[in-house]
Unconditional design. Structure first.
Length: 213
């Protein structure tokens, strides 16, 4: 389940009409529809407003996918990253692409589509992280071969997620600025201290993620 589906679920549980939610957060009803259908991703600030009106926390819309060890047993243990993502309920497979194919994910698409793709990549990365934590705690039930590969997969997943953070539209840049950067094929530049500490600091990673539109 993605962010938009969780927003719709929370709204419907309250019996709130889409137009009412739109009025309360200051956008058009069609904007809420686009959030819920996955056509557009809300900014962190907008997600906070929506969560407040729906009597929940923003984190509920961004909660991590359930690791395989806690998922219903409708299929056998995953044997690959693609199967792990499938059993986590995700529809995309960005992290399974070769880096050569992956690195252009943000080029030649609209501002909104680039933002949408970033959140897809982020959800895949969270699914990978959830499973590595399950492995570390001894709770994972993935196939042994996949468990042995998780370290190597993790290095590539981290590199792809970092690239996504640098490529994604930032809430600090306008659509025009993003388009110009996109045409140059230029990634956002992080401060040296940020780049050095990113691998060690989950808090810093969260701060950088919060900058994405």
């Amino acid at each position: 389940m993605n962010v938009g589906q969780r927003i719709r679920e929370a709204r419907e549980e309250l019996g709130m009409q889409r137009a009412v939610l739109a009025r309360r957060v200051g956008v058009a009803p069609n904007t809420i529809y686009r959030y819920e259908s996955g056509e557009r991703e809300p900014s962190v600030a907008m997600l906070t407003k929506i969560a407040r009106e729906l009597r929940t926390e923003p984190a509920e819309f961004l909660r991590e996918p359930v690791p395989f060890s806690e998922a219903p047993r409708e299929a056998g243990p995953p044997r690959s990253l693609a199967e792990l993502l499938e059993q986590a309920g995700l529809e995309t497979r960005w992290l399974t692409l070769s880096y050569e194919d992956y690195k252009t994910w943000w080029l030649g698409v609209s501002f909104e589509e680039a933002s949408h793709r970033f959140w897809q990549i982020h959800e895949e990365y969270l699914a990978y992280k959830a499973e590595t934590e399950a492995i570390a705690s001894g709770a994972s039930q993935v196939e042994p071969e996949l468990e042995r590969q998780m370290g190597v997969i993790g290095l590539e997943a981290f590199a792809k997620h970092f690239q996504a953070l640098a490529a994604a539209p930032s809430k600090k840049e306008s659509e025009t600025d993003f388009r110009e950067r996109q045409e140059r094929g230029e990634l956002r530049q992080f401060k040296p201290a940020e780049s050095e500490k990113l691998a060690e600091s989950e808090k810093l990673a969260e701060e950088l993620i919060a900058q994405a539109v």
